[in-house]
Design a binder for this molecule. Sequence first.
Ligand SMILES: *[C@@H]1O[C@H](CO)[C@@H](O)[C@H](O)[C@H]1NC(C)=O
Ligand SMILES: *[C@@H]1O[C@H](CO)[C@@H](O)[C@H](O)[C@H]1NC(C)=O
Ligand SMILES: *[C@@H]1O[C@H](CO)[C@@H](O)[C@H](O)[C@H]1NC(C)=O
Ligand SMILES: *[C@@H]1O[C@H](CO)[C@@H](O)[C@H](O)[C@H]1NC(C)=O
Ligand SMILES: *[C@@H]1O[C@H](CO)[C@@H](O)[C@H](O)[C@H]1NC(C)=O
Length: 459
Amino acid sequence: MEKEPRKLVFRVTPWIFLLVLPLFYADVVWRNNIQFEQRLHYISSTETISSTRKINTNETVGEKKESLDFLLSKLVKGEDQEKLKATGFACNTQVYSKHCIANKPVWIDTTTMTVTIPSNQPVRETVIRPYARQEDDVLLSTVTPVKILQGNTTLPVCQYNHEIPAVIFSSSGFVGNVFHEINEIIIPLFITTAQFKSRVLFIAEDHSPPFLKKYNNILSRLTSHEIMNPSANQTIHCFPGAVVGLKFHGHLALNSSDIPTGLSMSHFRQFLRESLNLKYHNVSQINRPTVMLLSRRTTRRILNEDEIVAMMEELGFRVMVVARAKVVSNLEVFSSMINSCSVFVGAHGAGLTNELFLPDGAVMVQVDLIGLEWAAANYYGNPARAMSVHYLRYKIEPEESSLLKVFGRRDHTAITDPKALPVQAGKEVYLNGQNVRINVARFRETMVEAMSLVRDLTL
Ligand SMILES: *[C@@H]1O[C@H](CO)[C@@H](O)[C@H](O)[C@H]1NC(C)=O
Ligand SMILES: *[C@@H]1O[C@H](CO)[C@@H](O)[C@H](O)[C@H]1NC(C)=O
Ligand SMILES: *[C@@H]1O[C@H](CO)[C@@H](O)[C@H](O)[C@H]1NC(C)=O
Ligand SMILES: *[C@@H]1O[C@H](CO)[C@@H](O)[C@H](O)[C@H]1NC(C)=O
Ligand SMILES: *[C@@H]1O[C@H](CO)[C@@H](O)[C@H](O)[C@H]1NC(C)=O
């Protein structure tokens, strides 16, 4: 007889959060291919700040100017830095990101999103769409272009004069999906602007109020000024310098040797803990080994969740099951729930981005489905390690995947060689068409290992 799932869960665990709401999952797994693999880099969290520079509020105008120049010029390297020194303007282009720096006065017309940098050279035009997904033409076409005019051109009259630099970025993109929000906007903003110590004005084009509200606690620590919505403030603004577009270091990654102040992933996690008032820094502060099982409700579902929960409890874990829901997308609530857990378990998906809120020494267990190995490793597995979080991968066998029934046999190419499928078909099959019935006995071994990593730490 089939057990009533909810009833069982309630019987075995007193605190359960089951809220089911539609979710967004604008996966782009299939838009990325293997050749980008080499570009991904993750850094160890043991790195320390290599250079810091405090802004003295009593600096003279000259010193202030010099320090702003110093901070801006750190955002580019090598040839780009030389070019910035020589012309006051330089851009850097990578696979995923593109950003431009002006370290001299700029005029920004927010009606047309035109940045003018006067000089006595003939006019040169650069157009950039400031979102860290430059390889994705479809997405990029939804990002408002910023036109940068550098040279001998007529200047509009300033309506507002600012003493701090402007940073222009798009707040739309894949907003609604926590992986993309943090990967393409929040981390790049931290990388690009933490050094300004809040003395910076954000111009968020493609203004997304839900996104800005959700991340308000974080954004308000990066800027002490109100975030400008250019389409609601159609005027001419003058700034002593500007950044258009954000630096990006790879999926959920920060490369401390390429951040002006030498900040690292551990600084970023500390910054998140402070912004969101998270209680636990280290898993040893959690009294009883607690597992968070992220329950997906549409695709990539774990079909025998109740058995998994029972097994985890038998091992001595306290278990929280959270269905993808309003809870999951409530950053304040969900980050503090994750932060109070020693182990986080889930099938591959954007919700795993919340591993960022786990305490140091906690364990991330990813259920790695057929055809999603690359994304599983590069989006969540390798980043977890850089976060001082242990990463355990539970690679499923074909027998555990619902796809075995679909394709009939274990040696079907769709099972043995997922890359053989065209991208769009692959996305439908592996991301949207796959559920898993986990082999409890085999998964138990992974959970025993997880327990061994956290048990001895707690009192
Ligand atoms: C980090 O950035 C530095 C400086 O740009 C670069 O030399 C290094 O290769 C990067 N590290 C990784 C792991 O990509
Ligand atoms: C800045 O200058 C004011 C007045 O000159 C002085 O009272 C204040 O202590 C100074 N602050 C700092 C951080 O030096
Ligand atoms: C700059 O513009 C002025 C007036 O439009 C023109 O006379 C001059 O030749 C221009 N100089 C350069 C370097 O293009
Ligand atoms: C436009 O921005 C300026 C300066 O940032 C601000 O003072 C002004 O109130 C804004 N205007 C509107 C209509 O939002
Ligand atoms: C967490 O704290 C424990 C005990 O204080 C310590 O041994 C361990 O190194 C810490 N873990 C991390 C990842 O910092």
